[in-house]
Design a protein around this ligand. Structure first.
Ligand SMILES: Cc1cc2nc3c(=O)[nH]c(=O)nc-3n(C[C@H](O)[C@H](O)[C@H](O)COP(=O)(O)O)c2cc1C
Length: 331
């Protein structure tokens, strides 16, 4: 459904053009210092404004509704909301009859019988990742000294990201990208051998980010073309550190004390200004669609802070399950 995690549990809510989007965290320990300024950095990195991002500008101001008192978490459910102020819903009326290829217009309409809020992509919108990033700010504090860092490695198949974005903007089309994520300082022993392997849990949350279509750990798909002797990470010290990190920091679903390393494939934005073939649901005929409205040319530009947040959320939950995060204040 819309909740994730066991001891550090998030519930995500809202629609792109509804009143608000946001997140509720259950299980956040009491006594963690938290002020609005803590959110500024990561929310700003996720925001729009750079070339290749949507012209929709929102203040993205977090409003802490519950769970914080005197600049500290209280231990009660913590809800953070963001108002939607800059909406142009008329752009989406046309899409009721002509679903965008590659978007969730068709599947959303079929699943929810037309009752879904379709405006701006509704509950499917990338705008919901604001809540993830906000929760991630708290998770990042809890998992210290582990530090999560994600960066955009390539866009449109090129490491010259600016040039690739510029070309896509000129061509009025969209491009995807690959985000790399590393976590340093991960303790040994997080995760379980099967369904709650660290790969499974990280993939679960990363695939919840709209537009993500692939995740690979360590040497990933390239590892399948190596020999075992090449792909194995040779131990160099008794604490489990290895010479290489083709495993991406995970063996048997369990963290091995080396950096956690994975990459995320983000697809090109489905809403491009190129003419595309689609169905007209009202007439049953095929038709051409030219999408209006404000869209990211390259979603991947905005995804690194979302990947960081999602990863920190999984690690916070796993560390709590292992008893590595408990009370954050002294009595
Ligand atoms: C930060 C962010 C921004 C996004 N911006 C757009 C956008 O401007 N236009 C669009 O069509 N999709 C955008 N998306 C992607 C859609 O939400 C997504 O493609 C859609 O919900 C369908 O899901 P799927 O691509 O995972 O199948 C964005 C996603 C994220 C994470």
């Amino acid at each position: 459904m819309n909740a994730f995690g066991r001891q550090f549990r998030i519930s995500i809510f809202g629609e792109s053009h509804g009143e608000c989007v946001g997140i509720t965290i259950d299980g956040c320990p009491a006594g963690l210092p938290l002020t609005i300024s803590d959110f500024t950095g990561d929310l700003g990195r996720r925001g729009s404004g750079a070339k290749g991002t949507t012209p929709r500008k929102e203040p993205d101001l977090p409003v802490i509704k519950t769970g914080v008192f005197n600049d500290h978490t209280t231990g009660a459910p913590l809800t953070i909301e963001f108002s939607n102020t800059n909406t142009l819903s008329r752009d989406y009326l046309k899409l009721r009859e002509t679903p965008r290829p590659g978007h969730a217009d068709f599947t959303g309409m079929k699943k929810y019988g037309g009752f879904e809020d379709y405006r701006g992509g509704g509950h499917f919108s990338g705008r919901l990742t604001l809540g993830l990033v906000a929760a991630g700010v708290i998770a990042k504090k809890l998992i210290k000294p582990a530090v999560v860092t994600a960066t955009l490695l390539e866009a449109g198949g090129s490491s010259d990201i600016d040039a690739a974005v510029e070309e896509a903007v000129q061509k009025r089309d969209s491009i995807g990208g690959v985000v790399g994520c590393t976590v340093a300082g991960v303790p040994v022993g997080l995760g379980e051998p099967f369904f709650d392997s660290v790969e499974s849990l990280i993939s679960h949350i990363i695939f919840s980010i709209p537009a993500v279509k692939g995740v690979e750990f360590g040497s990933g798909f390239a590892g399948s073309r190596m020999r075992g002797s090449e792909n194995n990470d040779l131990f160099v010290s008794t604490d489990g550190k290895t010479l290489t990190n083709n495993a991406g920091g995970i063996n048997g679903g369990i963290t091995n004390g080396n950096d956690l390393v994975f990459r995320v494939a983000v697809k090109p934005t489905s809403s491009t200004h190129q003419k595309q073939h689609t169905i007209n649901i009202a007439t049953g005929q095929m038709t051409d669609l030219e999408i209006e409205g404000r869209h990211d040319t390259c979603i991947a530009l905005r995804v690194p802070p979302v990947v960081e947040a999602a990863t920190a959320l999984v690690l916070a939950d796993l560390m709590m399950l292992e008893g590595l995060i408990g009370r954050v204040y002294s009595r």
